[in-house]
Write a protein that binds this ligand. Structure first.
Ligand code: SF4
Length: 472
């Protein structure tokens, strides 16, 4: 095997690997006639038999969305989910979903809004289905270096529900549920219900546990930033939103709060139809402003198909109240890994006054190899995307360095070897002196290299070879 090494800044040679052919230069594709501004209007959910008679007030009410969320939490719930799938995509597809459920590390939970955004005529290629419903026929063999806690969060957790990795920032996880469960969740070890494959680590998510987190933050004057995630902060009850927000703002050195939620992607009508949560967030943001502090919402939209007039109108509420919303996407194969899909997403986010902030390289989590891309795909996409829109509305492509190195800009790797799929990053201001490895998925490597990854001795040779190219 001929090995080609790339140094930082070196131009990438033309790929000899077929998997990257999907990302091709497309110089006019972003001149899309402004299609990104055309949000789907009207009663789009009525295309599905289950929602065919429902008015906007009925379908979009928060109560309806909660009550009719489909899941596999019990055998009866699973049957309901499969019946819905069968009705819209046929028996063979439903069987494929059943096989996928048996092997998935994440439980399934999908809101009616999200179900209505799926293309049930083309369910195998639908970018929304791909994110939430596993298919047995599409799963790939895991890379041997995958884990369930690839970011090493448990190791950086000084008190339950709090991750302190960066000097001046903490991640606070006040609860462990979400309105939907994403197949690719980076916290597969803790989020959602136990599955046939994974017994979940139980996050302590009670007001008593929150007090321990507040006390830790108060005792650490270096902490200026708190990210509220989970689980999803959308599932925190409005009085608790206010309580947590005020408790954090009362700590003098906390200057910024980021609220991470997928709610705007999967159940945006809550903002319009159940104002208590929104009002609580706006109240906290107003209090922050009056104290010369900031509150942001960080949402998680991965495909333009998720966004409709409901999303646009929900976003107007935050814009009118001065709450800045940013988006963090995950780069997902078959969802947003082409120039056309990513540029449409980025421009549609901009059309909703959402700032596209990050695109994450998919973490090294188990059970979802069909969704991961190579680092090479990320680098090509980043290069193509830059220039499509204003720089401040162009996302930064990052790798969350496995093992706790934090976010590194994708092209800042110290070493990347395309044939073995090994890339190495360092994080001098987070974990000085350490190196962090990322691995391209096996299905993007040549067959003989795939075979080497199943042999521990050959793995060691590949690691040593990679490390020998670093200037240590
Ligand atoms: S909403 Fe976020 S925390 Fe919840 S399953 Fe999806 S990625 Fe994980």
């Amino acid at each position: 095997m001929v090995t080609a090494f790339l140094k930082v800044g070196e131009e990438e040679p033309p790929s000899r690997l077929a998997y990257d052919n999907r990302v091709q230069p497309s110089p006019v594709a972003h001149l899309d006639g402004n299609a990104h501004r055309s949000f789907e209007e009207g009663l789009f959910w009525q295309a599905l038999p289950a929602y065919g008679q429902l008015s906007a007030d009925e379908f979009l009410s928060y109560r309806f969305q909660i009550k009719n969320t489909l899941s596999n939490s019990t055998p009866i719930a699973t049957q309901k989910l499969l019946d819905f799938v069968r009705e819209n995509a046929g028996d063979a597809f439903a069987q494929d979903v059943l096989l996928g459920l048996a092997r998935a590390p994440m439980s399934v939970q999908i809101t009616p809004y999200t179900l209505s955004r799926m293309d049930w005529k083309n369910p195998y290629t639908c970018p929304v289905r791909t994110q939430f419903l596993p298919l047995g026929s599409r799963l790939h063999v895991d890379h041997p270096m995958l884990t369930l806690d690839s970011l090493g969060e448990k190791a950086d957790s000084p008190v339950p529900g709090l991750v302190h990795r960066y000097y001046d920032r903490v991640l606070f996880l006040p609860q462990s549920t979400c309105p939907v469960y994403c197949r690719f969740c980076t916290r597969s070890y803790a989020i959602g219900q136990d599955t046939q494959q994974v017994v979940k680590y139980k996050l302590e998510a009670t007001p008593a546990a929150w007090k321990k987190a507040f006390a830790y933050i108060a005792e650490h004057p270096e902490v200026e930033d708190v990210v509220l995630s989970g689980g999803d902060f959308y599932n925190v009850a409005p009085p608790h939103v206010q309580y947590i927000g005020e408790a954090l703002l009362n700590i003098e050195h906390v200057k910024r709060i980021r609220i991470a939620t997928k709610g705007l992607a999967v159940n945006p009508s809550r903002i319009l139809y159940d104002p208590a949560w929104t009002q609580a967030v706006i109240n906290v943001a107003n209090q922050a402003r009056s104290r010369f502090k900031q509150v942001f919402i960080h949402t998680h939209i991965n495909s333009a198909q998720e966004m409709t007039w409901v999303t646009r109108d929900a976003l107007k509420v935050f814009a009118e109240n001065g709450v800045v919303v940013r988006n963090q996407s995950v780069l997902l194969r078959g969802v947003n890994d082409t120039f056309e899909a990513m540029s449409m997403l980025v421009k549609r986010l901009g059309a909703c006054s959402i700032q596209p902030y990050y695109v994450y390289q998919h973490d090294l989590v188990q059970g979802v190899e069909d969704l991961r891309t190579s680092l090479a795909t990320t680098l090509q996409l980043e290069k193509q995307l830059r220039g499509v829109t204003a720089g401040f509305n162009t996302p930064t492509f990052v790798v969350d360095a496995p093992g706790g190195g934090g976010k590194r800009v994708a092209w800042s790797y110290d070493y990347y070897d395309r044939p073995t799929g090994i890339s190495i990053f360092s994080a001098p201001s987070v974990k000085p002196g350490k190196h962090f490895f990322y691995f391209d998925p096996l299905h993007t490597l040549e067959p003989e290299v795939q075979a080497q990854w199943s042999d521990p001795a050959a793995q060691n040779v590949m690691f040593e070879n990679a490390l020998s190219h670093l200037h240590l």
